[in-house]
Design a protein around this ligand. Structure first.
Ligand code: URP
Ligand code: ZN
Ligand code: ZN
Length: 553
C-alpha cells in the first residue's frame, strides 16, 4: 500500500464511480499514477491529497480515437498542434488521443512514424498513441507495417479510398494491406468514399459554377460513402481482416455496418462528435466562413435526422467508439478555397467537446445511460485498440486517467471560450449538460474548474500490442472454422479443347498448389504468415452450402 511520495498520492472521495459495466458510490485511491484501491472505507496512508467528488460522477477519462494534430494537409497545416489540442482534450475530460501518422506516398512508414513522434513527444499534455496511414503499397511498406507492430507499438493502419492521387489506394492495394494487417495482428481502418467519383463530380460542380462549400457536399452524396463502406467490408472479409470504419457520417453507411455485423463480419464503426452533434445543412449557410468551417470528408450530411440516428446506433452498440477527426483550420486557412471548394482544407474541431456533445445528445436525451456513455467514449476504444485494462476503466492496476463529471451543470460551447487554437467551433452556441469539473491524468490533477496544471511533454506515448483480443479472438476462430475446403474428387480425364496450337497446360493450377504454410507465434497466438493468407492449404471450389465467404449466418 505504501511506496509513493505523498505528492503522488491522491484520494478521489465519495463520487459515483461509473464504469462501462456498473456504477457505485465509492473512493478511488491512486499512487504513482496507478489506481491502487477502489471501494468504500479504504485504508489510506497519511499525506494523500483528498479530492471531494461527492455528488459527481467519477469516470474513466475519455479516449478520442481519431485526431490530426498539426497535420500537414491540403497545402497548409492543422492549427491545433499536439500542445493546444491535447490541452483542450484535458479540459473536455479526454485523457488520451489516438492520432495519425499520415505522410505522402513513397515515404517510409518508419521515417514518418519517427517524424510524428518528434512532433508529438515534446508537446503532448495527455497520453497518446498512433495509428499509421498506409498511402501506398510495396514490399517495403509490407515489411514496415510489420516492424511498426513488432517494435513501435502500432496496431492500427488507416487506408484511404478517397483523396485520389494523394492518399487513395486502389482495391488491389486495399486487398494487400488488409491481408498484411490480418497477418501481423493489426486493425485495418478505412476512410470510405469513392475517390474516383468525387474527382469527376468535383469537376462537374465547378463547371456548373458551383464553387462554394455546398459543392463539397453535392459531389459526395451519401451513396459515395456507402458504396465504399460496403466495398471495404467486402475486401476485408475476403481476407478475414478486422475492419474499423473511421468517421461514419451517414445513416446508410451505418446501416451497412450494422447489417454486416449481424452477418458476423468483424467490422467496427466510429461516429465522430461532428456527425453526432451537427449536420451538413451548414454547408448552405450564407456566411462563407461558417459554411467552410463545416467542410470535412466524408461530409456532414444534409439530412438533419442523421445525428440522432447515428446516436441511436451508438447507444445500441451497432457503432462502437467515438472520435472527433479533430483537424482544425483557421479562417485564413479555409480561405485557400474561397473560389474553389476543392481547395478548402478538410477538417473540423471536436477534441474538447466530444464528451459534452455525446452526453448532451446521448445521455440527456435518454438514448444511452451513463455506463453506455463510458463504453462509447472510453472503454470500447481501449478494448478495440488493445489498451484495456490499462486504459478505459477505473479498476485496481489501471492508469489513473479519470474525469470527474458534473452531469447537472451546463456550459455553452463557443470558440470565444474554448481552449483550442482554432478560431471557429462547429458546435457554437450548443448548451450541453455534463461538464468536466476535474481531469486526472496518470494520477495528477491536470485540470480543475478552468485551471490547468500541466506542461508540454507531460503526456506519454502508449505503445499497443497487435492481436487485440477484443478484435482478434473471433478472427482467429473464423480462420479455423471458415477456411474454404477443397472438394476431393477424381481428376477429369476427358478431352480438353485445344486453343491455338498448344493443349492448355495446367501450369496455373500446379503453381497454385505449390504453397508455403509458414506460421509463427506472435503475441502468444499461432499466426499464419502465408502470403496467401486465407487460402493456405487448398484451392476453393464451392464448399458445401454453396458459399466461399466468411459470412457466418
Ligand atoms: O476532413 C477530414 N476528415 N480531414 C482529416 C483527414 C481525414 O480524412 O481523416
Ligand atoms: Zn479520413
Ligand atoms: Zn481523420
Amino acid at each position: 500500500m505504501s511506496g509513493g511520495s505523498s505528492q503522488s498520492r491522491l484520494l478521489v472521495k465519495g463520487g459515483k464511480i461509473v464504469n462501462a459495466d456498473q456504477s457505485f458510490v465509492g473512493d478511488v485511491y491512486i499512487e504513482d499514477g496507478i489506481i491502487k484501491q477502489v471501494g468504500k472505507d479504504l485504508a489510506i496512508p497519511g499525506g494523500a491529497r483528498v479530492y471531494d467528488a461527492s455528488g459527481k460522477l467519477v469516470m474513466p477519462g475519455g479516449i478520442d480515437t481519431h485526431t490530426h494534430m498539426q497535420l500537414p494537409f491540403m497545402g497548409t497545416q492543422a492549427i491545433d498542434d499536439f500542445y493546444t489540442g491535447t490541452k483542450a482534450a484535458l479540459a473536455g475530460g479526454t485523457t488520451m488521443i489516438l492520432d495519425f501518422v499520415l505522410d505522402q506516398k513513397n515515404v517510409s512508414l518508419i521515417e514518418a512514424y519517427h517524424k510524428w513522434r518528434g512532433w508529438a513527444d515534446p508537446k503532448v499534455c495527455c497520453d497518446y498513441s498512433f495509428h499509421v496511414g498506409v498511402t501506398w503499397w510495396s514490399e517495403q511498406v509490407k515489411q514496415e507495417m510489420e516492424t511498426l507492430t513488432r517494435e513501435h507499438g502500432v496496431n492500427s493502419f488507416k487506408v484511404f479510398m478517397a483523396y485520389k492521387d494523394v492518399f487513395m489506394l486502389r482495391d488491389c492495394d486495399l486487398y494487400e494491406v488488409f491481408q498484411n494487417c490480418r497477418n501481423i495482428g493489426g486493425l485495418a481502418q478505412s476512410h470510405c468514399e469513392n475517390g474516383d467519383v468525387i474527382a469527376h463530380e468535383s469537376k462537374r460542380m465547378l463547371n456548373l459554377g458551383i464553387t462554394g462549400p455546398e459543392g463539397h457536399s453535392l459531389c459526395r452524396p451519401e451513396d459515395v460513402e456507402t458504396e465504399s463502406v460496403q466495398r471495404a467490408i467486402m475486401i476485408a472479409n475476403r481476407v478475414n481482416c478486422p475492419l474499423y470504419v473511421v468517421h461514419v457520417m451517414s445513416k446508410s453507411s451505418a446501416d451497412v455496418i450494422s447489417k454486416s455485423r449481424k452477418e458476423g463480419k468483424i467490422v467496427f464503426g466510429e461516429p465522430i462528435a461532428a456527425c453526432l452533434g451537427t449536420d451538413g445543412t451548414n454547408h448552405w449557410h450564407k456566411c462563407w466562413r461558417h459554411a467552410a468551417g463545416h467542410v470535412m470528408g466524408p461530409p456532414l450530411r444534409e439530412d438533419p435526422t442523421t445525428p440522432g440516428y447515428l446516436m441511436g446506433l451508438l447507444a445500441n452498440g451497432d457503432l462502437e467508439c467515438t472520435g472527433t477527426d479533430n483537424c482544425t483550420f483557421n479562417a485564413n486557412q479555409k480561405a485557400l478555397g474561397k473560389d474553389d471548394f476543392t481547395r478548402i482544407p478538410n477538417g473540423v474541431n471536436g477534441v474538447e467537446d466530444r464528451m459534452s456533445v455525446i452526453w448532451e445528445k446521448g445521455v440527456a436525451t435518454g438514448k444511452m445511460d451513463e455506463n453506455r456513455f463510458v463504453a462509447a467514449t472510453s472503454t470500447n476504444a481501449a478494448k478495440v485498440f488493445n489498451l484495456y485494462p490499462r486504459k478505459g476503466v477505473i479498476a485496481v492496476g489501471s492508469d489513473a486517467d479519470i474525469v470527474v463529471w458534473d452531469p447537472e451543470a451546463t456550459r455553452t460551447i463557443s470558440a470565444k471560450t474554448h481552449h483550442q487554437a482554432v478560431d471557429f467551433n462547429i458546435f457554437e452556441g450548443m448548451v450541453c449538460h455534463g461538464v468536466t469539473v476535474c481531469t486526472i491524468s496518470r494520477g495528477k490533477i491536470v485540470y480543475e474548474e478552468g485551471r490547468f496544471n500541466v506542461a508540454a511533454g507531460d503526456g506519454k506515448f502508449i505503445p499497443r500490442k497487435p492481436f487485440s483480443p477484443y478484435v482478434y479472438n473471433k478472427i482467429l476462430k473464423r480462420k479455423e472454422t471458415f477456411d474454404p475446403v477443397k472438394v476431393e474428387r477424381e481428376p477429369y480425364t476427358g478431352p480438353v479443347v485445344v486453343i491455338g496450337d498448344k493443349p492448355q497446360a495446367n501450369e496455373d493450377t500446379k503453381a497454385r498448389n505449390l504453397h508455403h504454410n509458414t506460421s509463427i507465434g506472435v503475441g502468444g497466438m499461432h499466426v499464419n504468415l502465408d502470403k496467401d493468407a486465407v487460402h493456405t492449404t487448398t484451392r476453393v471450389s464451392v464448399p458445401p452450402g454453396g458459399k466461399s465467404s466468411f459470412t457466418l449466418y
